[in-house]
Every structure is written in C-alpha cells, then in structure tokens.
Design a protein around this ligand. Structure first.
Ligand code: GRF
Length: 217
C-alpha cells in the first residue's frame, strides 16, 4: 500500500530532493504530502514546489517555546495523517509532544556513524578527532539526539587531505543513496525493530569495501 510522508527540513534540501526524485520515479511507493520548514526562504521550500508538493514555512518566532511550536506542528501534520515523517537537515531538536505523537514513525539522516560525532558539524568533529572513517546513518528518532535505532549506515574513509567540505561532499553522495533506500524499506513494511536491533526483511547484507589495504599483513 502507498504510504504518505511529511518532510521537515531547514535548508538546502538535497536529501529531500533525492527522496522526492525516487518517489517520482516510482522507486518508492509513497506520496510526499507536505514539506515544512522552520526557515523562511529555505531552498527546500522551492524544491518542494518544483516537485508540486505543498510546502510551508512555520515561523518559530511566533511561538513562545519549543513545545508550543512542536504542538502546532503536531496538529498541522495530523491533518495529513502521514505514515512516516522524515527529518532531512532539520536543524531543530524535537520536543516531547512531537516525539510522543509520532513515535516509531520519524526517521533522520546524520552525517556520521552514530553514536560517534552526534550533533552539529559532525564532519568537522570526525576530522578533528582524527578518525580514519566516518559516514552517514539513517536512524529512528528518539529522545536522545542522533541516537535512535540504526537502520542503515555507509562508511566513508577520511584521508589526511580531507577538509570538512571535502568530507561532507563524499558523505553526502552516500546520504543520497541510503536515505531513499531506508525510506523504501519503511514503505514496504520491511523494517522490524527489536530493542535496538533493526532488521530489514529480505535485505542483502553484504560487505562494504571499508578496510584499508595493509602493507605487511
Ligand atoms: C545533511 O548532511 C544531513 O545528514 C544533515 O543535514 C544535512 C542536510 O543537507 N542532517 P540537505 O539539506 O539534505 O542538503
């Protein structure tokens, strides 16, 4: 059955675009009903219009607290009654009213291998730490930031030459592949959660070429 989706995003919208494109091409059997942004003039709003998807800016300055803002979003989103809510570069932490209303239905993409490098500037954090690998993660959204159950991760090597910009670019290429993939799985009812373990029914669990070539061993 075709699922309905609402997207929350704050900026550029490249992940939204990758998912909207996959929906348009029929790879994901779903319909994106609404895009909401907390940033006026966000590029994602223009992109949504190009896809013919209703797009709204909800101004945080009109609300006196995060909870009030999120409660407004809950009422707005309930009118659409989506099966799935996607955070795609949504730069606000969700509060209890929102998390409670849509428990188990919210996904996020984060540009690190969670639980490493949670929060803002994850790529810079990984470089500063001296990590040899980072990547991206699609996960369920829970109370703790960037900590929910992991659906899929992709690993990206970090070279000594990498800057936050070059690493972000490399990671983003994978984001645009794994987020649509996770959404497709969700829409096909193939994602089963057991505690912290997420199993994707009939997924091909292969190996990624993630280990460096060794010189002497
Ligand atoms: C991505 O790097 C995503 O992982 C993070 O925010 C960025 C959003 O990029 N949560 P875009 O707006 O999808 O282009």
């Amino acid at each position: 059955m075709c699922k309905s989706i609402v997207v929350l995003a704050s900026g550029r919208g490249s992940n939204f675009k990758a998912i909207a494109q996959a929906v348009k091409e029929g790879k994901i059997k779903a319909s994106i009903k609404l895009v909401i942004s907390n940033k006026k003039g966000a590029n994602v709003l223009d992109l949504a219009e190009k896809f013919g998807i209703p797009a709204e800016f909800v101004d945080p300055s009109l609300f006196s607290s995060r909870e009030e803002y999120d409660s407004f979003l809950v009422e707005r989103i309930k009118k659409v009654n989506p099966d799935l809510i996607l955070l795609a570069g949504y730069l606000r932490i969700l509060s209890q009213p929102f998390l409670k209303a849509f428990k188990g239905k919210i996904l996020n993409i984060h540009p690190s291998l969670t639980p490493a490098f949670r929060g803002l500037n994850a790529q810079k954090q990984a470089i500063q730490f001296g990590a040899k690998y980072s990547g991206c993660t699609v996960h369920f959204v829970g109370e703790e930031l960037d900590y929910g159950e992991v659906i899929i991760q992709a690993v990206v090597p970090i070279t000594p030459q990498d800057t936050p910009e070059t690493l972000s670019e490399k990671i983003l290429k994978w984001e645009h592949r794994i987020y649509p993939q996770a959404v497709k799985w969700f829409c096909e009812d193939r994602i089963k959660v057991n505690g912290r373990q997420v199993i994707v029914l009939n997924a091909k669990y292969g190996t990624l070429p993630t280990n460096p070539q060794l010189e002497d061993f």
